[in-house]
Write a protein that binds this ligand. Structure first.
Ligand SMILES: C[S@@+](CC[C@H](N)C(=O)[O-])C[C@H]1O[C@@H](n2cnc3c(N)ncnc32)[C@H](O)[C@@H]1O
Length: 289
């Protein structure tokens, strides 16, 4: 098919899928479909129910450009600019980590922790695209939030996502290092900090190692730097009785619990992710005696 543009939805899907299969990508069928949807402005149902529909003007060239980017191992979400998380369709750019389905476990825990708290004030440390904080605010119309990130470019993405989902009036964003300079207290503090051991990053799949922001991945030599840095802020900024929910990497649960306990934050339990592995440490700050 070299030199020829595929002319129908199914021909274009097949062309992209074959290119991705030849390159050994993990999910060639889904990747091809998602890129075709973005290039042709169609949805999954269109492709399945009307496969021989001619491609719209310009779609073949757009798809070819997207295929080339994907073959360079750029993640699909950066190419389409979109990623679903919880109930939200989020904008993503290479300035933010692509929100992962496993991180929805943080949202589950957070909603349960704040269940009986009217009008909870929520703090998200390392807000990235806004995934966790905006999912919580979408579920709790009485909640307000503050999202902090070191990256101004990430905060722009988060603010755009908040506005697009009608949540802009209940959330503020702040550039900063974890809780530094923040005053007041919060009823709920959530975080999915960088937790990959620095030396392990180069060995990750190229989609992550080459394309996702290093500042969203790198947890220092043992992967725990961010927990040590943010734990004192969580302890200071959490209202007595308030809940915390922190995501961590595989096998890091006990070490993260030790760091939090050292700052007076006892971990009640771990919540598992979609694959059944411990993923979120959660608990509450004690009420003053
Ligand atoms: C693993 S990403 C999580 C993004 C988003 N919360 C999610 O779950 O998809 C970690 C985020 O923490 C931010 N970050 C890293 N170091 C930080 C620091 N010292 N203070 C504030 N944010 C930081 C990164 O820029 C990145 O957006």
């Amino acid at each position: 098919m070299r030199g020829m543009s595929a002319s129908t939805l199914v021909a274009a899907w097949t062309k992209a899928r074959r290119a991705f299969e030849s390159a050994g990508l993990d999910t060639p069928i889904a990747d091809a479909r998602l890129l075709l949807q973005a290039a042709a402005g169609v949805d999954r149902i269109d492709i399945v129910t009307d496969p021989h529909r001619p491609l719209p003007e310009g779609a073949a060239a757009r798809l070819d450009a997207m295929i080339a980017r994907r073959l360079a191992r750029e993640p699909v979400a950066y190419i389409t600019g979109r990623q679903g998380f919880w109930t939200l369709d989020l904008d993503v750019t290479p300035a933010v980590l692509i929100p992962r389905p496993d991180t929805e476990a943080v949202v589950h825990v957070a909603l349960a922790l704040a269940k009986d708290q009217p009008s909870p004030r929520v703090l998200d440390l390392g807000v990235g695209s806004g995934a966790i904080l905006l999912a919580i605010l979408a579920e709790r119309p009485d909640a307000t939030g503050l999202g902090v990130d070191l990256s101004p470019a990430a905060l722009e993405v988060a603010a755009a996502n908040a506005a697009r989902h009608g949540l802009g009036g209940r959330v503020t964003f702040r550039e900063g290092h974890w809780g530094e300079g923040i005053e007041g207290t919060f009823d709920l503090i959530v975080s999915n900090p960088p937790y990959i051991e620095a030396e392990a990053i180069a060995g990750l799949q190229p989609e992550v190692a080459t394309h996702e922001p290093r500042g969203a991945l790198d947890g220092g030599p043992d992967g725990l730097d961010a927990y040590r840095a943010l734990a004192p802020h969580v302890a200071r900024l959490l209202a007595p009785g308030g809940g915390f929910a922190l995501e961590f990497g595989l096998g890091q649960g006990p070490a993260v619990a030790d760091v939090l306990a050292a700052h007076g934050l006892p971990v009640e339990a771990f919540k598992v992710d979609l694959t059944g592995r411990d993923r979120v440490a959660f608990g509450r700050k004690a009420h003053a005696a």
